[in-house]
Write a protein that binds this ligand. Structure first.
Ligand code: HAM
Length: 424
């Protein structure tokens, strides 16, 4: 028997209401804050991610799905959404439009990770990017949108972790201090951190090994090394976040696993879960557009893992009714009644009623049992007698109450009946 590839999943009909709920809420928020949708291809030139996310990052080094197409092009399945958005911004000359450009996406992403709850090889990101403004009020707005999403969805016990990791002006001094501090403890580091010390010292702060935690606690903090511009920017971000009433916590260990960040970085994590389980993350990337060949252009954005959001919603016990269930089930007995049932079904659908027609000429009992299992609140029953009389039997499934309705009135009577039903 075939199974889904490891780390991927089918989104079954029972899960669709959760997806619809999250996506509708996310898209409503995007409209509220002036973001427009952008869809980019599933794969991009491999070097796009090497130059943006960073050739030395875990994502690019260990997790990308790369393949060569038949003409020898090296392509990568999108591991994240920011780089493709910046590529599209440049490709379509969006710098010539009034800035900032605000774009959002809902996109499958691919990372070859070790699968576990909330960590998949194909997952979905809802992300948004605002390109073309340095204003720290935009940083605060970007954090606010993320915060509002989780509030609107009703996910509780989350915390926003915030940090500033400076820019190319001030980061070298910070990295120097970090390397000096860690070099003095080189002997006691875990194996991965030994490598990080050489290749990507910022990631030392991201280590999850228990043995390295005390070292992380005592490590130099990026905010203490910010240049005046970055320090001023960070202070303003904090000011605007307070003004907007967005709660956050400074987290000096927050460094992010992608190379393009400058200044503001943030993550939204479960209060008791730690940053391994971020249900969303983002930050500023003021050097990225230039790195990709454009003029110096600032940017900031955020992406949430939709799969992780849904996992949290379910953990909290949120149940959603399936809005796609039929509104009426049409049952029949005998050939003449079947003809009438087909005609009636077509009529009801033309009136916009979600209608399921029985198939297979089964007994009425079997048909009604099927009607029950579909969750349809009403069924219509057509037998020889009803057809003769030009009527149908309208049955309320909840309590079995039945009424005879002339065939010409069925659509109107049903529309009225379903309007009084609770929504999904
Ligand atoms: P990221 O932290 O790599 O950032 O991913 C953002 C979110 O995607 C994570 O917080 C998590 O919810 C979800 N996610 C990541 N990997 C997986 C996985 N394997 N399975 C399930 N969910 C996952 C970025 O991707 C940046 N592009 C965010 C950003 C946008 N920064 C600025 N703009």
């Amino acid at each position: 028997m075939y199974r889904v590839p490891r780390g991927t999943m089918d989104v079954l009909p029972a899960d669709q209401p959760y997806w619809r709920h999250v996506l509708e809420t996310a898209e409503r928020l995007c409209r509220l804050y002036g973001y427009q949708r952008l869809d980019t291809p599933l794969f991009e030139d491999a070097s796009l991610f090497q130059r943006s996310v960073g050739a030395g990052t875990d994502i690019v080094e260990k997790e990308t799905y790369n393949f060569q197409d038949r003409s020898g092009e090296l392509l990568t399945l999108r591991p994240e959404g920011t780089a493709p958005v910046c590529r599209a911004y440049l490709e379509h000359g969006m710098h010539a439009l009034p800035q900032p450009i605000k774009l959002y996406y809902i996109a499958p992403c691919f990372r070859y990770e070790r699968p576990q709850a909330g960590r998949y090889r194909q997952f979905y990101q809802w992300g948004y990017e605002a390109i073309g403004s340095m204003d720290p009020a935009l940083d605060a707005e970007v954090v606010e949108i993320a915060w509002r999403l989780y509030q609107l969805l009703g996910i509780t016990d989350l915390v926003v972790l915030l940090n500033s990791i400076g820019d190319p002006q001030c980061r070298p001094a910070y990295l120097k201090a970090l390397v000096a501090y860690y070099s003095a403890h080189r002997g006691s580091l875990c194996r991965d951190c030994g490598v990080r010390l050489e290749k990507n010292p910022l990631r030392l702060l991201d280590c999850k090994e228990p043995q390295d935690q005390p070292l992380i606690q005592g490590a130099p903090r990026a905010v203490d090394y910010l240049c005046p511009e970055c320090r001023g920017h960070h202070a303003q971000v904090e000011h605007y976040l307070a003004l907007l009433g967005v709660p956050y916590q400074m987290e000096h260990r927050l460094v992010r696993g992608l190379d393009y960040y400058t200044k503001t970085v943030f993550e939204v994590v479960p209060r008791d879960g730690g940053s391994q389980n971020a249900i969303g993350a983002g930050g500023r990337y003021d050097g990225l557009i230039e790195e990709l060949g454009g003029r110096p252009t600032p940017g900031i954005g955020f992406a949430a893992g939709i799969d992780r959001i849904i996992l949290n919603l379910k953990r909290q016990g949120l149940t959603l009714r399936d809005g796609s269930r039929p509104q009426v089930y049409v049952a029949y007995l005998g050939d003449r009644a079947k003809d009438a049932a087909l005609r009636l079904t077509a009529e009801l659908r033309a009136e916009g009623l979600n209608t399921l027609l029985a198939f297979g000429d089964r007994s009425l009992r079997a048909q009604l049992r099927h009607a029950n299992s579909t969750g349809a609140p009403y069924s219509l029953i057509l037998g020889e007698d009803e057809v003769q009389a030009g009527e149908a039997l309208l049955r309320r499934m909840e309590d079995g109450e039945q009424e005879r309705v002339p065939l010409t009135h069925v659509a109107a009577r049903l529309s009225q009946a379903v309007a009084s039903q609770p929504g999904p």
